[in-house]
Design a protein. Structure first.
Lengths: 222, 81
């Protein structure tokens, strides 16, 4: 999915190709989801981050189609700005706020996979350690204590910063999922870590191979 | 025409690093008696029709839907002449 100001849509498409699937370009002004099996909302600065990150993108025409489809089970992965959009659209709880130390953080971080049961993380093992880039100024995850408790109790924390969040994220949360596990959002960028030639590792590729193998299995059964 | 002011502030329990940066700059400038800064946003909405309850209700709807994120922010409404 590309919004005005998206930056990482090409890397997301490349990651999908690496995982053995065909990327389909979707456009914010187009209501048509073109029959895709899954949607990735990429990183960037949609609508210039005006108002709040993701706040304007939430009301773009394509979201009118995406929100009901996601609620009906369509797998959606939101990376960085995509995660912010998912929170603004209330597809995921909580919000992303300014980094605790105000600085834009651009460096590789270590993540621990907490939930390897989502549509996007089934290729990992719980407890597995990943090294992927983080690049955001407003990446501190915030939610009410009740919401945080519920996310932890129901296994909806998908990835955690290790050993600690560099940006002030509540309970070191780097990514979460919907109750059904089809919608996942995270601030770090797995699509930038799919090949050691161009990233710090290939650790991020698992997000994309997870979803592709889910459909490969479904395709064989059809 | 009614002009409605919407003030949006981070909730008190949400960390405001921008406010803290302004506070420490204030101290560097010699405003040592400033003991706290919270930074927010102000919107001025021009709304067709008289400055009454209907205009206020529309402004509140917009604030709730778009101008503020109720997860992290709260807002207040007022009229200006």
């Amino acid at each position: 999915m590309t919004f005005p100001g998206s930056l990482d849509d090409q890397d997301a498409a490349r990651a999908v190709r690496y995982a053995g699937a065909e990327p389909v370009a979707l456009w914010h002004a187009d209501r048509d989801l073109r029959g895709v099996d899954a949607v990735i909302l990429p990183g960037g600065f949609s609508y210039g981050d005006y108002l709040r990150c993701g706040a304007i993108a939430r009301f773009s025409p394509v979201m009118g189609s995406l929100v009901p489809a996601a609620r009906a089970g369509l797998p959606v992965l939101g990376i960085c700005n995509g995660f912010q959009i998912l929170c603004e659209a209330h597809l995921l709880p909580g919000a992303l706020t300014r980094n605790a130390a105000l600085r834009f953080i651009h460096r590789d971080v270590r993540l621990d996979v907490v939930n390897a049961g989502t549509a996007w993380t089934s290729g990992y093992a719980a407890g597995q350690s990943l090294t992927v880039p983080l690049k955001s100024g407003e990446g501190a995850y915030a939610a009410s204590p009740e919401t945080l408790d519920e996310l932890e109790r129901t296994g909806r924390v998908v990835v955690r910063y290790a050993p600690a969040a560099p940006n002030g994220s509540a309970r070191d949360i780097a990514g979460i999922c919907s109750a059904e596990g089809n919608i996942v959002g995270l601030m770090p960028h797995p699509e930038h870590a799919i090949d050691p030639l161009t990233g710090p590792s290939a650790d991020g590729l698992g997000f994309f191979t997870s979803i592709v193998s889910a459909f490969a299995g479904a395709g064989a059964a059809r | 025409m009614a002009r409605v002011i919407v003030d949006v502030m981070l909730k008190s329990e949400i960390h405001d690093p921008q406010g803290e940066a302004v506070l420490s700059a204030s101290h560097r400038l010699g405003f040592g008696n400033v003991t706290g800064v919270r930074q927010g946003k102000r919107f001025e909405l021009d709304i067709d029709g008289p400055a009454g309850d209907a205009a206020l209700a529309r402004a509140e709807e917009l604030a709730r839907e778009l101008l503020a994120n109720p997860v992290i922010e709260e807002f207040s409404l007022s009229f200006v002449e």
